[in-house]
Design a protein around this ligand. Structure first.
Ligand SMILES: Cc1cc2nc3c(=O)[nH]c(=O)nc-3n(C[C@H](O)[C@H](O)[C@H](O)COP(=O)(O)O)c2cc1C
Length: 353
């Protein structure tokens, strides 16, 4: 199975399965001399961790990271950084009933069709558990970006199912389990999720991710455009069905006289472009929006087939996120960090004087 590496100069390779002994990432290309400890990484993993509220999966994984290589006396050495996270709460019996059937909306069907063999325990390689190594690698990129370039990355949930979440303040984001930038709406979100769990169903959501402080000039023309690489990385996140930059699909109904961001001697007067022009960063904040689909593993009975193609009804019992987007914000931030660090190094390689 290939396709497990992200990046060109800052390369992150992800390995493992949901219910194997461990998962992890190997980072190749991190410059030497970056102060790095497990605590720098753990703080980000703790933001993604399951079991932290009643609105997410109750799988209890400490997600403790171990740095296996690439760091000496608290600094990166420039050699591959090996990051390991042991799986400690794998209840494989939860999945015996779905080993032979395909959950509508999950990867069971396509993995079976492609490989003819699959590890159904916890979704195997298709499990969002594999986003933990992404977050771990992203923590390294975040630290480097902030220290070397003053780039800050953050995100929030802007819509939960039918409920838009008006932006109030960044200060609220870390005070609730939804990453909602609005404290007042949290009781409404909680009531909605409680009803949903009662119904045994799931829901989609919209996540916003932003990077501020990056200079103009990161990115490449044509295929390796900065926005193309961001979309590629974000679509690599489980359950993401849409990625847009800046005004995104709203540009359809806009005129050029509205959408094109005017310039003044003091800078741009708007940011419909979302910080990218011609695939290259403009120096404006980079704004990315994600559409995340509802969880496919639900208690509601759905029609499907088994491996023999007989019709069956599928009901998924077990520990699942009723809205996967609730834990997706730190993962999307990590992906943005990985892409930006890669492009920062690429820009430095070609254009630094
Ligand atoms: C943070 C996160 C948690 C997730 N948790 C679950 C889950 O508990 N149950 C589930 O069926 N899918 C979950 N998913 C989604 C599946 O991993 C994903 O739908 C599946 O791999 C199929 O891939 P696709 O939706 O990208 O087509 C989660 C996704 C994310 C980002």
């Amino acid at each position: 199975m290939s396709g497990n590496t992200l990046g060109t100069l800052f390369r992150v390779t992800n390995f493992g399965e949901s219910h194997g002994p461990a998962i992890g990432a190997v980072i190749d290309g991190c410059p030497p001399g970056l102060p790095l400890t497990e605590a720098d990484i753990q703080v980000e993993l703790d933001r993604r961790r399951p079991g932290t509220s009643r609105h997410v999966t109750q799988r209890r994984e400490p997600d403790t990271v171990e740095i296996l290589s690439g760091v000496f006396e608290g600094q990166t050495t420039g050699t591959p950084i090996g990051l390991l996270i042991r799986n400690t709460d794998a209840r494989s019996r939860d999945y015996t009933n779905i080993a032979d059937t395909f959950r509508p909306g999950h990867a069971d069907y396509t993995y079976w069709k492609k490989y003819g063999i699959r590890d159904p325990r916890g979704g195997g390689r298709s499990s969002a558990r594999l986003t933990a190594p992404t977050v771990a690698a992203g923590a390294v990129a975040r630290k480097w970006l902030l220290q070397e370039c003053g780039v800050r990355i953050r995100g929030y949930m802007s819509q939960l199912g039918p409920i838009p979440i008006p932006f109030d303040s960044w200060d609220h984001v870390s005070t609730n389990p939804f990453y909602a930038p609005n404290a007042q709406i949290v009781p409404q979100l909680e009531a909605f999720m409680d009803q949903l769990r009662h119904d045994g169903d799931s829901i989609g959501a919209r996540i916003e991710v932003q990077a501020e402080g990056l200079p103009a000039g990161w990115g490449e023309p044509i295929y390796d455009r900065l926005d193309a690489d961001i979309a590629h990385a974000m679509m690599g996140l489980n359950a993401v069905k849409g990625v847009s930059i800046g005004s995104g699909f709203d540009c359809i109904a806009m005129r050029g006289s509205e959408h094109g961001d005017e310039l003044s001697p003091d800078g741009f007067l708007a940011n419909h472009a979302g910080g990218v022009l011609g695939g290259i960063s403009s120096g404006q904040p980079l704004t990315v929006s994600l559409a995340v689909k509802p969880t496919s593993s639900i208690r509601v009975e759905r029609r499907s087939v088994n491996r023999a193609n007989d019709p069956v009804m599928v009901q998924t019992i077990g520990r699942h996120d009723p809205c996967v987007a609730i834990r997706a914000t730190p993962i999307a931030e990590a992906l943005l960090a990985i892409v930006l660090m890669d492009h920062a190094l690429r820009h430095r390689g070609q254009c630094a004087r």
